[in-house]
Ligand binder design. Structure first.
Ligand SMILES: *Cc1c(COP(=O)(O)O)cnc(C)c1O
Length: 621
């Protein structure tokens, strides 16, 4: 028997059951009464502004036939909207959903978003949204603190893809500045060879830029990569094979170019292989090809795996002594919020030896298991050494779309990408600094900032708040992994095996079905694709589906030969892999906040097993 820790409900801290609508709308009354209160507050706010002004829509206007007809029209279009949404939306909220990075979102964030939307703040400029702009500033500070940046800064972006693009924007401009300095003010970098200029650290570059007067700094910036200068000299952007495809878009749009994106192999756990990274860098450095930067992924999109950020940092520091430097961006779009698991209530990174005890105290996990490996812990610990980090509130922040984000280590770094359009940022107006000069977007919803701010204020970004919520999803994912490991089917005499890909670092579980003894990889791929078709919108109305998952392919063009160990472990030959060159995978991001509980999980496990069995029977006959 494993020891059972105190359950969520016995713990005196936050009760997460109060923060979701619930898959059976259990908290509907709280949701509706709170929404009503908020809507009333907004209506009163309108009414009370300048009470001397008379209403412009009169009662007799409202009684006119055209008014009535227009209202009827509005009602019927909204009914149509409702029909469409009810019949064509994915039931993320249900514990039967084991697909993409989505689940039920936080009730307070839905309320905050809807409420704030009534004011329609535009965080493009402080003057159009003083309330929500201030919230975004605070949220940016939260992002910086979460990631361990003491002098950092951050903001909300539309999504993780744009945050990644912003990371590359920073790296690109940074890398090009020393060449611009040589051109504009050579004495700043006198005595340095071009190779040395291409290997100056971000900190050195910022210090030099800050040491000049604003006019010179501005001239230097005007001769940087932003003007299109020296684009062919910036070198390679190295990303692991597990990269999100936003990196390709970012390389395309920033002018870095897809040919300058180098894919680094991953190890058998689908984590970036640091030895391979070192070899790639040394080979490039041999013929003086600079390294524009390296991306470490924390929570890979297809496996949820966590790259060894600490080892990448150690490599950076080692190579720096040899005169080779790279910018480091951590793509933690998926995994960043999980850093809360390691922060105590004073924002200190909890020592590894104390972690279990602290997690016990806060009721983070039910079971006494090794859910968090030392490798994963070390990766999170090293975050503050990166230059920039992608953070997606709309993934593990459980906040509605669209809410991505980025945190940077040095606030000053903003100046290397900054613009100052007069119409949104007039220094003379005395308004606090506005966001637009430093972000890719223009107009953006203040409601998003309100939703993220509210979530952070209710659930602190540490072990007492988000740590607990994310612990629930990690525990559920591990239960699902164990469930799959012990699962097999007999479909009218055909034995079907279930093979999870790897022990999850985080909360994603990948697996395949295979017919026992089958050595034909294409046949296995076909089986898993057919299963996916039956377990997704592809197979018909998704509302009628009793188990929903997602699917991906690991193919040689993205993954090289990294899938070989898995494919071989299932009994396929290397020849078979070389012939087919792809393996189809079923993929579950286990975000549900409810299956952490052993009894809840078990009751759903039976239902899921039955649903899988029915689908396999329909496929195999
Ligand atoms: C989801 C994800 C992204 C992109 O984020 P969006 O918000 O979907 O644009 C980038 N990187 C990783 C690792 C991701 O998981």
């Amino acid at each position: 028997m494993e020891a059972i820790f105190m359950t969520e409900k016995e713990h005196t801290g936050l009760n997460l059951d109060a923060l979701f609508i619930g898959d059976k709308s259990e908290n509907a009354d709280i949701f509706k009464s709170t929404m009503n209160k908020l809507v009333n507050a907004h209506m009163g706010w309108r009414l009370n502004y300048m009470p001397q002004d008379k209403p412009l829509i009169t009662e007799s206007d409202k009684n006119s036939e055209s008014f009535q007809k227009t209202n009827e029209r509005m009602q019927s279009v909204l009914d149509e909207l409702s029909v469409r949404l009810r019949s064509n939306s994915v039931p993320w909220h249900s514990p039967r959903y084991f697909g993409h990075m989505n689940s039920e979102t936080l009730m307070p964030s839905i309320l905050a978003y809807t409420y704030a939307m009534l004011w329609n703040g535009n965080n493009v400029a402080y003057e159009s949204s003083p309330g929500t702009s201030q919230m975004e500033e605070e949220v940016g500070q939260d992002f910086a603190k979460l990631n361990g940046f003491k002098e950092g800064w951050g903001h909300i972006s539309a999504d993780g893809s744009l945050a990644n693009m912003e990371g590359l924007w920073y790296a690109r401009n940074m890398k090009s500045l020393p060449l611009a300095m040589k051109e504009i003010k050579p004495e700043l970098v006198s005595g340095k060879s071009d190779w040395e200029l291409m290997n100056m650290s971000a900190e050195e570059v910022l210090d030099l830029l800050n040491s000049t007067d604003p006019k010179t700094a501005s001239d230097i910036k005007a001769h940087s990569a932003r003007a299109g200068h020296n684009m062919d000299k910036l070198g390679k952007w190295i990303v692991p094979q597990t990269k999100h495809y936003s990196w390709m878009k970012a390389a395309d749009v920033t002018g870095v170019g897809l040919d300058n994106v180098v894919s680094c192999p991953v190890d058998e756990h689908y984590r970036l292989d640091v030895d391979a990274l070192e070899k790639i860098i040394r080979d490039l450095a041999k013929d003086h090809t600079p390294i524009l930067g390296v991306v470490a992924v924390v929570g890979s999109t297809e496996e949820g795996q966590i790259d060894p950020v600490d080892k990448v940092v150690a490599l950076r520091d080692k190579l720096q002594k040899e005169g080779i430097y790279f910018y480091l961006h951590v793509d933690a779009a998926y995994g960043s919020y999980a850093r809360s698991l390691f922060l105590d209530e004073d924002n200190n990174f909890i020592p590894y030896e104390d972690l279990k005890e602290v997690h016990q105290k806060y009721g983070v996990f039910q079971e006494d298991k090794e859910y968090i490996s030392k490798e994963v812990y070390n990766a999170y610990k090293a975050f503050p050494e990166a230059q920039s980090i992608t953070v997606d509130p709309h993934k593990m922040g459980y906040v509605p779309y669209a809410a991505g984000g980025i945190a940077i280590r040095h606030k000053d770094m903003r100046d290397i990408i900054g613009y100052f359009p007069v119409y949104v940022y007039d220094k003379r107006s005395g308004a606090p600094a506005t966001l637009t000069p430093y972000i890719l977007e223009g107009s953006k919803a203040g409601a998003t900032a309100a939703a993220v701010w509210t979530a952070h204020r209710i659930m602190p970004l540490n072990v007492s708040g988000y740590g607990k919520l994310i612990g629930r999803s990690i525990e559920a994912a591990n239960r699902y992994y164990e469930f799959l490991k012990n699962l097999h089917f007999n479909i009218n005499g055909t034995e079907v095996e279930v093979n999870p890909l790897t022990q999850p670092d985080f909360n994603m579980v990948d697996w395949t079905f295979n017919i026992k003894g089958n050595t034909d990889l294409a046949k296995m791929n076909d089986l898993n694709l057919k299963f996916y078709q039956k377990a997704s919108f592809v197979g018909g109305p998704v509302y009628n589906n009793d188990f929903i998952t997602s699917h991906t392919d690991f193919a040689t063009d993205g993954y090289g030969n990294s899938p070989v160990p898995y494919v071989k472990s299932l009994g396929f030959s290397e020849d078979e892999w070389n012939k087919v060159q792809t393996v189809g995978i079923l993929r579950a991001c286990v975000l549900t906040p409810f299956l952490y509980d052993r009894d809840n999980f078990e009751s759903y496990a039976d239902k899921i097993k039955k649903a899988m069995e029915e689908k396999l029977t329909a496929i195999l006959g």
